[in-house]
Design a protein around this ligand. Structure first.
Ligand SMILES: Nc1ncnc2c1ncn2[C@@H]1O[C@H](COP(=O)(O)OP(=O)(O)OP(=O)(O)O)[C@@H](O)[C@H]1O
Ligand SMILES: [Mg+2]
Length: 489
C-alpha cells in the first residue's frame, strides 16, 4: 500500500490561483489594451496640435515681417523672435511677395522632413507621429501652414527634437494615467465580481467539500440563499440533491443494518429449528393416531424452514438462490398452502381451489409454495382487517390453467382491495405495507421469486377485492428435449 493510499483521500485545498486572482489580472490586462487603443490616436493628435500651435505663434512673427521696411528685420530682433517661436527660420508668401525671417549670419542645415499642416489625414498623422517618436536623429523639419490675412502659406524650419521630447513626456503621462485608471477599474470590477460570484461560488464549493466528507450529517446540507439568479438556483438544486442523497444513504444504512440483523436471526433460528426437528422426530415415534397424522406435516414444515434459513444464510444477501425447477403438480401444492393457512372447513373464509386437473407447472416447489403462501396470507389478513366483515361471503379463490407454454395462476379475494399506498409501492420491499406489524416484504419476495422463474406478477384491475395474476412460463431451453422425451416415453 502506498503512503497516499494509507492516508486516504487528500483533503481538497482551495486552488492557489483562484477565480479572484485570475479576474484581477484579466481586468487589468483588458483595461490596458483599451488604453493602448486610445493612446495611438491621442499621441498623433498631440503632435498635430503641437505643430499647429507653433504655426500659430509664427503667424504673429509674420506680422512683424510684413510691417518691417522692405520686409527686412535686423538680425538681433530676428534671433529673438525666432528663439521665442523655437524655430530656425520663418518664411511667408503673400501674393507675389516672399518674406523671410532668418538672421543673415546663420546657414540652415538640410531639411529632412516636410510636414504640410494644411491637409492632414488621421492615418498619416499616426504614422508620422510614431516615426518621429522612434527616430533618434537630430533632424530639422519644415512645417507648412496657412498664412494669415489671405497669404498663401507660412513656412517654419525647426528642430525635431523638442517635438519628440514633448511627445515622449506626453506618452509617459498617459502611461501613468492608464495604469492608475486600469488599476482603479480593475479594483472595482474585481470587487463587484468577487461579491457577486466568487464568494457565493466559494461557499458552494466549500459546502460540497464538507458534504462529501460527511454526507450523512444533515448539518452539512447547504442552506440556500434567497437569490433569484443562477447562483440561487444552483444553491437550491444543490440543497435538494444533498437532502435526497442524505435520505438515500440513511435508508441504505438502515437496510444494511437490517440485512445484518436478518442474517443473525436466521443463523440462530436455524439452530432452534434444528432442535425442534429433533423433538418432532421423537414425537413421530409415538403411536397416538392424531400425532401420527400431524407429525409428518410438522416435520415437513420444519425441514422447509431449516432449508430456507440455510439458503438465505449461505446466500448472504437479500437475494434468492436460483430456482431449482422441476415438473410439479400444482393442485397438491395449492392444497398444502391451504393447510398451512389453517383455514378449517368451518372457517369464516372459504377456500376455493379451481386448478385444472393434473396441471403441471415447471417451478421450484418451495419457492412457488412461498409465493402462494404470501399471497394467500395477505388475502386472509386483508379480509380479517376489515371492520365490517361478511363471513358468509369472504372467500379466497385460486385458479390455475395452462395457456400454451405458460401456466397462469390467479389468486383473488373478496377483501377491501389494495389501498392507494399499497398500489403506489407495489412489489417494493419495505415500502408498501399498510398493516400494523407488516414489514412490506411479502409481495416483494413473491415478485422476486416469480421473476426468477422468468414469469410475471401483476395486480388485475376491476375486480371485487384483490386479484393477483402470476404467469410461470415453461423453461425455454429444455422445451424440445422435454417434448421429445414425452413423445418417446
Ligand atoms: N389481498 C390483498 N388485499 C388488500 N391489500 C393487500 C392484499 N395483499 C397485499 N395488500 C396490501 O399490500 C401491502 C404489502 O403487502 P406485503 O405482503 O408486501 O407486506 P405486508 O403483508 O404488509 O407485510 P409482510 O412482509 O409481513 O407480508 C399490505 O400491507 C396491504 O396493504
Ligand atoms: Mg404480506
Amino acid at each position: 500500500m502506498t503512503d497516499e493510499a494509507a492516508a486516504g483521500p487528500q483533503p481538497v485545498r482551495a486552488p492557489r490561483f483562484g477565480l479572484s486572482g485570475k479576474l484581477l489580472l484579466l481586468t487589468i490586462l483588458f483595461v490596458m489594451i483599451a488604453e493602448v487603443l486610445i493612446y495611438v490616436p491621442l499621441v498623433a493628435n498631440f503632435r498635430v496640435n503641437w505643430l499647429r500651435d507653433h504655426l500659430e505663434v509664427a503667424k504673429t512673427a509674420a506680422l512683424v515681417l510684413e510691417a518691417a521696411p522692405h520686409g527686412m528685420v535686423p538680425d538681433p530682433l530676428a534671433k529673438k523672435i525666432l528663439a521665442s517661436i523655437g524655430a530656425r527660420a520663418v518664411a511667408m508668401k503673400m501674393g507675389d511677395t516672399h518674406y523671410m525671417l532668418q538672421p543673415s549670419d546663420v546657414t540652415l542645415p538640410p531639411v529632412a522632413d516636410v510636414f504640410d499642416m494644411r491637409s492632414v489625414d488621421q492615418f498619416t498623422a499616426i504614422i508620422d507621429a510614431f516615426k518621429m517618436m522612434f527616430s533618434d536623429k537630430k533632424d530639422v523639419m519644415r512645417v507648412v501652414g496657412p498664412a494669415p490675412m489671405g497669404g498663401e502659406y507660412i513656412d517654419l524650419v525647426m528642430d525635431e527634437r523638442p517635438l519628440r521630447t514633448a511627445m515622449l513626456r506626453y506618452s509617459g503621462d498617459l502611461l501613468l494615467m492608464s495604469l492608475l485608471i486600469s488599476g482603479f477599474t480593475a479594483a472595482l470590477v474585481y470587487l463587484a465580481l468577487h461579491y457577486l460570484f466568487v464568494r457565493p461560488m466559494r461557499r458552494i464549493t466549500d459546502n460540497m467539500i464538507a458534504f462529501r466528507a460527511d454526507p450523512e450529517n444533515a448539518d452539512r446540507i447547504i442552506a440556500p440563499a434567497v437569490r433569484a439568479d443562477e447562483i440561487g438556483t444552483a444553491e437550491r438544486e444543490l440543497a435538494a440533491m444533498q437532502i435526497e442523497l442524505a435520505s438515500m444513504l440513511h435508508a441504505k444504512n438502515r437496510l444494511a443494518a437490517l440485512g445484518l440483523a436478518v442474517s443473525k436471526i436466521n443463523h440462530d433460528l436455524r439452530n432452534l429449528l434444528a432442535s425442534a426437528q429433533l423433538f418432532s422426530d421423537r414425537l413421530a415415534k409415538l403411536p397416538d393416531p392424531t400425532v401420527q397424522r400431524f407429525a409428518p406435516k410438522l416435520m415437513q414444515a420444519l425441514e422447509r424452514a431449516i432449508a430456507f434459513c440455510q439458503s438465505t444464510l449461505s446466500y448472504g444477501r437479500l437475494q434468492e438462490p436460483p430456482p431449482d425447477r422441476r415438473e410439479i403438480l400444482l393442485e397438491p401444492l395449492v392444497e398444502e398452502v391451504h393447510e398451512t393457512l389453517h383455514l378449517g372447513p368451518d372457517a369464516s373464509i372459504r377456500w376455493i381451489s379451481a386448478v385444472e386437473r393434473g396441471l403441471i407447472v415447471e417451478a421450484d416447489y418451495d419457492q412457488l409454495f412461498r409465493i402462494l403462501l404470501n399471497l394467500a396470507r395477505n388475502a386472509v389478513q386483508a379480509m380479517e382487517s376489515r371492520a365490517s366483515r361478511d363471513p358468509g361471503r369472504d372467500q379466497i379463490r385460486i385458479t390455475g390453467r395452462r395457456e400454451g407454454a405458460v401456466v397462469v395462476i390467479e389468486m383473488s379475494d373478496t377483501g377491501p382491495g389494495f389501498s392507494e399506498k399499497a398500489r403506489a409501492h407495489l412489489f417494493e420491499a419495505f415500502q408498501g405495507s399498510t398493516r400494523t406489524g407488516g414489514t412490506g416484504l411479502g409481495l416483494a419476495i413473491a415478485a422476486e421469486l416469480v421473476r426468477a422463474h422468468g414469469g410475471e406478477i401483476r395486480l388485475v384491475e376491476g375486480t371485487i377485492g384483490a386479484t393477483l395474476r402470476l404467469t410461470i412460463p415453461d423453461r425455454a431451453v429444455e422445451l424440445s428435449a422435454h417434448r421429445g422425451a414425452r413423445a418417446h416415453g
